[in-house]
Design a protein around this ligand. Structure first.
Ligand SMILES: [Zn+2]
Length: 313
């Protein structure tokens, strides 16, 4: 744990509160009883980022270091958290040992989806292990480009390999750990390789599958393991959802006045699972039925079949 308190990256006075939507907000996260959201997709891609995280200078402990299973601060990754040690999210780089983050969420606690967005932006896909970022809109492809990319991207985690395609002004950066790729995607979005070069506004997205045939079998094996693990997590999640639903139902029938107080609007909101986005939910269900059809794993299938028949009525 960091011994030093996290640095306040931007002056709270300088921030219009409308500019900072809550990191958690759009989607109710049943595992953590929190709301998750804060997708960067709506950020203006034509504007250079005004802030940039400096890990060495900015990281330190926050309230999150005392929490169980905390997430990383999205605003910290962009160099724009005004809360410092008061922040409820982690202000440091993800590490290999941060294994509590379920595969259906990213390191910032945002829901992933069953498929990538068409433009390969967004939070990502829970069926794929993706450690590779696509870096586009690089201004100059000179001899030092690989070194420059390495210097910029290694700030966010250990890099496995860098592939530069000079004719297209693009590059691919593969991290050792997927959580670092998630962090780097936010940290490097709308930045430039040369500090203060406002003419360069990098586009950082998820890369498509690795075209290297040597690693294909290994990747496929990893993906199959990931799909099974995700299916298990989704089943657990759906069981929790059912539990919430039945709690909600029993809450309606409670009549003693002191019990009713427990279900004040605030409490109601906490146990209200309905705002799960249909898109995410459909995604989850399609993964479950896909796995069920494949009959890859008899034991798991049993659970899946039970779930599906319950759900359809
Ligand atoms: Zn923060």
């Amino acid at each position: 744990m960091a011994r030093r308190p996290a640095r306040v990256q931007v002056d709270p006075e300088s921030i219009d509160s409308n500019e900072r939507p809550p990191q958690t907000g759009n989607i109710f996260n049943i595992w953590y009883s929190k709301w998750s959201g804060g997708d960067s997709s709506d950020r203006n891609t034509q504007t250079h980022s005004k802030t940039r995280c400096n890990i060495e200078r900015d990281s330190g402990y926050t309230k999150a270091d005392k929490e169980q299973d905390p997430f990383f601060c999205l605003y910290f990754s962009r160099g724009a958290c005004c809360l410092g040690k008061k922040c409820e999210y982690l202000h440091r780089l993800p590490k290999e040992t941060d294994s509590w983050i379920p595969h259906t969420l990213d390191c910032f606690g945002r829901e992933k989806f069953a498929e990538y967005r068409d433009d390969m932006g967004g939070v990502g896909n829970f069926n794929k292990i993706n450690r590779t970022l696509f870096v586009g809109r690089i201004n100059e492809m000179d001899d030092s480009i690989e070194l420059k990319i390495s210097k910029n991207f290694a700030e966010w985690g250990e890099i496995d390999r860098i592939r530069v395609i000079p004719t297209k002004n693009i590059a691919f950066v593969t991290y050792r750990n997927e959580l670092n790729a998630q962090f780097a995607k936010e940290a490097m979005a709308h930045q430039s390789l040369d500090l203060d070069n406002e003419n360069e506004i990098l586009s950082v997205k998820w890369a498509n599958e690795d075209p290297n045939p040597e690693s294909k079998a290994k990747i496929e094996h990893e993906h199959n393991l990931r799909k099974l693990s995700v299916a298990k997590q989704l089943v657990e999640k759906l069981e929790k959802l059912k539990q919430y639903e039945s709690e909600k139902r029993s809450a309606v029938t409670v009549e003693e006045p002191d019990k009713i107080e427990d279900f004040s609007p605030k409490r109601q909101k906490m146990i209200q699972p309905s705002p799960l986005t249909p898109a995410f939910f459909n995604g989850s269900l399609s993964v479950l039925s896909e796995l069920k059809q494949k009959k890859a794993h008899p034991q798991k299938n049993q659970t899946l079949v039970e779930y599906s028949s319950d759900d359809s009525d």
